[in-house]
Structure formats: structure tokens, C-alpha cells
Design a protein around this ligand. Structure first.
Ligand SMILES: CC(C)(COP(=O)(O)OP(=O)(O)OC[C@H]1O[C@@H](n2cnc3c(N)ncnc32)[C@H](O)[C@@H]1OP(=O)(O)O)[C@@H](O)C(=O)NCCC(=O)NCCS
Length: 406
């Protein structure tokens, strides 16, 4: 029996889309025409990898090249999804083999880090991905909610269409500039994943808020589902992006005035102040679950490229990284920060800290501090000083959050 891992060809798109549609039990599996068309239009074959057993495609993985922001810069990021295999070929190691190759490809392509969403965290932990952000949802009956603050002006709400995507993008870019985790969205992503249905059952509505002088200052993306779906709220706010307090309050009030749904769900970043704004918080349910799993693909490059949150700090520590599935990361690395510059090099010095690259992923984006990881037994530290230095080095300007599904 032969196993081959390679990119798919145009002729093989249908087989890959079948594995995807079947695995996620999508209705498209009965007629793949649209899925194939979408795939050919939006996803170059070079982003795909599949396994072939004796010539038959058995599993398929796509890595979309994005940049994800951290501390003021976007760093090249491989967004992995879908990951699927045919049931008759599962538990044979085919997906594992593809993920290993995907890591090599990402490194060669300069994608220094990677992320994915999954219901199977233990699978990906084997290959170095680790939980690195939380998703928070506020759920409430809109009629019960009063806000403690009022906007100074009412401004205007204008509905955007997909062709207006650049208006939302201008706001998104300003809002994302220093945040931690937002992806650089291109036109196709805006049209397909934001204005289109993306992972929601229905297309999204996008409402733009302009101040009295006509300046756009924020927008909300929300879905009013027409079909009942146990996994999806009927009125679901995917994101509120506001550059000013007035934009935030007006967009919230606009959402709250949708008073027919019995419940509205708002997806929010961990630092979203909604909870503190609600008059009677008993009416608000807060749900939290793990969101992105991240992976540091190329430790040396990822550390060198990561902009410091506090450039004025001086930091010097060594850390030994173990990495079974990306062995190029295995070394003791000396990390220095001085004068705003970061230097990273291999060293023969004794390591201050010892950890796996799996543990490094949530440290890297500030989801977990080095001290907390050591307390949890996931980092071995030779000294308190090295933990303090690592905490300072890995600090971020914002908590991690990415509103995009992929
Ligand atoms: C999840 C899925 C992709 C796994 O594919 P697979 O072909 O069985 O994976 P592999 O055989 O290559 O397994 C690789 C490793 O992960 C482990 N693994 C596989 N499925 C797992 C799961 N659901 N949970 C935890 N570990 C899992 C395997 O035991 C194996 O580990 P080992 O090498 O130590 O034995 C496949 O079951 C599938 O397509 N499911 C439906 C769609 C889906 O859930 N996709 C993932 C969305 S993120």
C-alpha cells in the first residue's frame, strides 16, 4: 500500500470537496457543484494538501495564508481548515502525516505561526497547536436591557452591501492596528466570510454608524437566522467594531432595538465592556469556551518578528524548546530585548526555562503568562527572575481575540 502526500490538482477539487462536505455533514454533499465552484474561485490548489492511498484521496487539509496581528504588526499566519478524512480511512495516521507536511510547508512559506478552530483539541496538541484564546458570548432578552451610559449624539445607521466592504475594512484596520489576533482581511474574505454566510446559516447584515458629520466610526455584523438551528442563536451579533464611545453605544442601542427575538447573542472580545454597561446584569448570561488553537511554526523567526509590547524594557533569558513534530525548533534559545530591538539566537548556555513548543503557543500571544504556565507545571523554571523576564517579554497590548471563523 502506498501513501502519498501532495497538493491537489484542479481535477481533484471535487474529491476534496466531497470529503469536506461529507465530514461536516453539509447538505452540499448531495450536489457539489457550488462547493467546487467556490473552491476553484477562492482557494488556489497551492493552499491544499491531501493524502492518497494507492491513488485514492483519503484526507484533505487547507492552509489559508493570512497575517495575524500582535503588538502593532501582522505576522504571517497559516489558518488551517478544513481538516477532514473519509471515515473508512480514519485512524490510519493520514491526517497526522498531512499536518506534519503542512508544518514544513508553512515554515518554507514564512508562516511563522498558525491557528485553527476545532472540537478535537487533543488531536492538534499532538502536533503542537494549543488553546490560545477564548470566545465570550453575552446572551440576553433585548427588552430587559438598559444601558448605564448614553451616546452624546445619535448619528446615522446605514446598511452596507458586499460592494461596500472597503468602508467596513477602513474601520476594521484602525480598530485592529494594535490589537492581538485580528486577521488581515482581504476583499474576498470580506465578501465571502463577513458579508456572505461564512459559517452562519444565513448571510450577515452589516450596519455602519456615522457621526453627525457623516464620518463612519463603527459597524456591526449580525445574522438574523431564518431557520432554527440548535447550534446557532437566532439573532447573533458576530462583531461590533467601534472606534469611539458614541459608535459603540449607538451600535449597541441599534442591536437592542431589535425587540422581536427572545434572545440576542453578542460575540465579544475579552476586554469588551458590555457587562459593565448593563443596568441589571442578572438578565445577561455569559458563555465562554476555548476558541483558537495556535502553533508556533518557526520559533526563531516568530520570536524575532514579534514586536515588543514594552520596547523600553530590557530582557535576557534562555529557554529550551522541545518539539516532536517541528524538530527545527528544538534548541536552547537566548532571547534578548534591549533598546526596542529583539535578538534571538541558539546557545549552549544552560536553559533558564524549559518548555514544549505546544506550551509556547499560548505564551506567545499572551493567553497564558510564563509564570502561570510554570505554576501549572508546563514550564520548568530555574529561577524566579527568568519567569519575570519571560512574562515581560511575552506581554501584549491587548488580550488575544480573533472574530473570524475558518
Ligand atoms: C478529526 C479527523 C480529521 C481525524 O482524522 P484521522 O484520519 O482519523 O486522523 P489520524 O488517523 O491521522 O490521527 C492522527 C492522530 O490524532 C488522533 N486522533 C484522531 N482523531 C481524533 C479525535 N477526534 N480526537 C482526538 N484525537 C484524535 C489519532 O489517534 C492519531 O494519534 P496517534 O498518532 O497518536 O495515534 C477525522 O476524524 C474527521 O474528518 N472528522 C470529521 C471532521 C472533523 O471533525 N474535522 C476536524 C475539524 S478541526
Amino acid at each position: 500500500m502506498s501513501l502519498e502526500i501532495r497538493q491537489i490538482t484542479e481535477d481533484e477539487v471535487e474529491a476534496a470537496e466531497f470529503i469536506t462536505a461529507y465530514s461536516f455533514n453539509s447538505t452540499e454533499r448531495r450536489d457539489l457543484t457550488k462547493a467546487v465552484e467556490r473552491s476553484k474561485q477562492f482557494y488556489p490548489a497551492g493552499w491544499s494538501l491531501a493524502s492518497f492511498e494507492d491513488g485514492e484521496m483519503t484526507a484533505f487539509v487547507r492552509t489559508i495564508p493570512f497575517a495575524a496581528r500582535i503588538n502593532g504588526h501582522g505576522l504571517s499566519y497559516g489558518a488551517v481548515g478544513p481538516v477532514v478524512s473519509l471515515p473508512q480511512h480514519r485512524r490510519k495516521g493520514h491526517v497526522g502525516a498531512i499536518l506534519r507536511r503542512a508544518l514544513e510547508n508553512m515554515r518554507d512559506n514564512g508562516q511563522v505561526w498558525s491557528g485553527l478552530h476545532t472540537p478535537h483539541p487533543t488531536l492538534y496538541q499532538r502536533y503542537g497547536w494549543e488553546i490560545a484564546s477564548l470566545s465570550r458570548t453575552f446572551k440576553f432578552p433585548p427588552k430587559e436591557i438598559q444601558l448605564k451610559a448614553e451616546p452624546k449624539e445619535r448619528g446615522y445607521i446605514r446598511m452596507l452591501k458586499a460592494d461596500d466592504w472597503a468602508q467596513a475594512d477602513r474601520i476594521y484596520r484602525v480598530h485592529s492596528a494594535k490589537r492581538n489576533g485580528p486577521l488581515h482581511r482581504g476583499e474576498i474574505w470580506w465578501r465571502e466570510a463577513i458579508f456572505g454566510s461564512g459559517f452562519a446559516p444565513d448571510p450577515s447584515d452589516v450596519a455602519l454608524w456615522e457621526d453627525a458629520s457623516g464620518e463612519p466610526r463603527g459597524y456591526a455584523v449580525y445574522v438574523q437566522a431564518t431557520r432554527a438551528d440548535a447550534d446557532m442563536p437566532r439573532f447573533w451579533v458576530r462583531e461590533i467594531v467601534a472606534l469611539t464611545t458614541d459608535a459603540y453605544l449607538n451600535l449597541l442601542l441599534y442591536i437592542l432595538r431589535h425587540d422581536l427575538p427572545s434572545e440576542i447573542a453578542i460575540n465579544a472580545a475579552p476586554d469588551d465592556p458590555f457587562y459593565s454597561l448593563v443596568d441589571d446584569a442578572r438578565h445577561v448570561k455569559v458563555e465562554e469556551h476555548y476558541d483558537l488553537m495556535n502553533r508556533i511554526v518557526d520559533v526563531e523567526a516568530a520570536l524575532k518578528l514579534r514586536p515588543p509590547a514594552n520596547p523600553e524594557l530590557e530582557v535576557d533569558f534562555t529557554m529550551e524548546i522541545t518539539d516532536r513534530t517541528a524538530p527545527w525548533n528544538e534548541a536552547t534559545w537566548r532571547v534578548r530585548q534591549a533598546g526596542g530591538e529583539v535578538q534571538v539566537e541558539k546557545t549552549n548556555q544552560q536553559a533558564d526555562l524549559s518548555l514544549s513548543s505546544t506550551t509556547l503557543a499560548p505564551l506567545y500571544n499572551g493567553f497564558l503568562s510564563a509564570s502561570a504556565a510554570a505554576f501549572a507545571g508546563r514550564v520548568r523554571a530555574e529561577s524566579e527572575r527568568s519567569l519575570v523576564e519571560a512574562d515581560a517579554f511575552f506581554s501584549t497590548l491587548y488580550p488575544p481575540f480573533c472574530a473570524d471563523g475558518f
